[in-house]
Design a protein around this ligand. Sequence first.
Ligand SMILES: C[S@@+](CC[C@H](N)C(=O)[O-])C[C@H]1O[C@@H](n2cnc3c(N)ncnc32)[C@H](O)[C@@H]1O
Length: 313
Amino acid sequence: MKKWKQKAIVQKTISYLPFSHKINYIFQKYVTRGLNLSADYFYDRLGHAREHIKGFRRYSDKTTPATCLEIGTGWYPVVPVSNFLAGADKIYSVDVTFLLTKLRLKETLHKFIESYHSGELKSYLNFLPERFDIIENIINSYDKLSVHEILEKLNIIYLIEDARKLSLPDNSICLINSNNTFEHIYPEFLIPILKEFRRVVKKQGGVMSHFIDMSDHFAHFDKSITIYNFLQFSDRQWRYIDNSIQPQNRLRIYEYKQIYSDLKIPISYESFREGNLNELKSIKLADKFANKPLEEVASSHCHFISDYTGSIN
Ligand SMILES: C[S@@+](CC[C@H](N)C(=O)[O-])C[C@H]1O[C@@H](n2cnc3c(N)ncnc32)[C@H](O)[C@@H]1O
């Protein structure tokens, strides 16, 4: 049996167990080895952080977003810490589960320190030196601090809640961002979440910036399949294969754009990876994908920025 199928079966089984997220973490870390804070992961997310801030500066008259919100930070808060270094005063991280631990936070901060000393950090971020000193001080007294005290020093506030109903006031957030998260949220959840983002983003001076990875995530682990493998299945078949701990909605770029358009959320800037048409053509696509322009189906990653800086509604 192919490796991706074995992983799909194990994750489906885990998804029915109590503490499924914890069990999945152990499975992913020690069996599939997909959850380590590798240099690739760190610099990929640091690159996202750079693009979010660049996007904010492109549209805002301010250089730094005072308030930031990230949905689905995951195991390693690379983007929230980057926003702290850039000068943000309040950084909200929203998730339905608290995936951070003191050890994972320490690993993340160590990566920033390594990157600073190798000289790479400054090629990604225009950071405030005094903020970097705070990170070094935290590391020097790490054992004496609780995870909550550390987060407080980093201006990070974890909101463990459903992003469809945020406990934040209207018009309060300068920069809303997400990284490789939308592809895990089905439209019946994503649409209300985007409506909530539209409510809390500042209508004068606010920006949203979202990176979406539209590739089949099983292909990240099983190199015998392509990133289009999951497009061969009908929705009905996919419901049986997909699981609730790492769901994949399989939405293509044109579907995200339709959702934005229906919600009247502007796409002020977009970029995408073209993908590989030959690889796509090697798959017998399910009807719902086969009937669409292949170039659009093939696009594997996209980034949307929405600018509310001149808006008044
Ligand atoms: C794949 S993870 C994000 C990965 C991470 N951003 C990264 O860069 O590696 C997606 C996260 O979104 C969260 N999420 C899904 N639906 C949500 C909702 N309705 N409200 C808040 N968080 C949600 C999940 O709990 C999960 O932690």
